[in-house]
Write a protein that binds this ligand. Sequence first.
Ligand code: G6P
Ligand code: MN
Length: 448
Amino acid sequence: MKLTILGGGGFRVPLVYGALLGDHAEGRVRHVTLYDTDADRLDAVARVLGEQAGGIGDAPAVVATTDLDEALRGADFVFSAIRVGGLAGRAADERVALDEGVLGQETVGAGGIAYGLRTVPVVVDLARRIARLAPDAWVINFTNPAGLVTEAMSRYLGDRVIGICDSPVGLGRRVARVLGADPDRARIDYVGLNHLGWLRGLHVDGRDELPRLLADPELLGSFEEGRLFGADWLRSLGAVPNEYLHYYYFNREAVRAYQDAEQTRGAFLREQQEGFYARMKDPAAPPLTTWDRTRAEREATYMSENREAAGAGEREESDLESGGYEQVALALMRAVARDERTSLVLNVRNRTTLSVLDADAVIEVPCLVDANGARPVAVDPLPYHAVGLVTAVKAVERAVLDAAETGSRASAVQAFALHPLVDSVTVARRLVEGYTKVHPGLGYLDRP
Ligand code: G6P
Ligand code: MN
């Protein structure tokens, strides 16, 4: 099996490679090709992977290239994990929104729309190239905003592109653990869009254990989402929302906290990662120790901003095993490559799962996965309050896709204006002005 990683110079690639190193089974990935537009970052990451592979006999061979076509040819799996505009682009997405008094965040609200507008044209190009050069490859999309990006790519790749996120799995595991259940045996009832879903049930041996959690204030106070949303609100909802719904349910507080912060999350990560790349560029720098790597991985992946802002504390050590996105990716590849039927929460086309959305809308939902790919399982309908958010945000995504396809500024304005977290059409217009000023990549929005 050959795996190609688009965005192979990314900070989290060592996590993915680390997961592959733990797989010794027949049919595992034996060749990894790293592709990136930045040769220095590629060198840095290739060096880390070399250090990781040291002493491991069956470690997958690694090739690094800045030639996209070469990277794609012969790929069985393509991971897309790119960040268009880099962390500087993310920091600008966050800042412009916050300066307008609305949420500036990587994937949610105005910041997420700006990121989507910048990213969709690039991933559409990639999808076209993949369809031509590796038509049989399975594409696993991590690129954020993951749901929107997966939908953009699915127009060219159909069900061969599958989007992943670690947050629903992480939520399911935390809730299972609080209830004293084995996370690997619990079936979760979860549905929505990426970063916009609700856990409505957790079934162990055919019994829903979630009501027991919702009835117990002490249990509710003992895990991350319980502290983030508060026991009363979880009881009112009768469900546990994805942590990203904090930005909707506590929007005013989140915006204020971000405005008061010294730097945005993107600016913070940028500083942190610049240090890493500078260090890896120095040929005399000693190899990273295991401790360095563990620390870098933790900082990169698990100290998410909303947890910090809400004072929910850092994620516990027990959450770090088998919950990370690299584990979801590996589980997905295994199921597809070896036809090992498994169930995973993934971003796939809706088909008939949620009747309020059309068949091509990408949703996040538990799926059965095997050699034929991922098929959503049947779920109960969403309650009206959730239908409201899901359909509003899907309309926003469709406006972004239209703007990216046609270059229409009116569609871009519509995307911002229709978002539940942008409170005025005037603000939406100013956001389009502001973003096109700071992002050269939005120059394509040149049609009225
Ligand atoms: C979670 C989300 C990802 C996001 C990641 C890191 O894992 O599911 O979509 O990329 O957090 O967020 P950060 O703010 O650390 O870049
Ligand atoms: Mn995610």
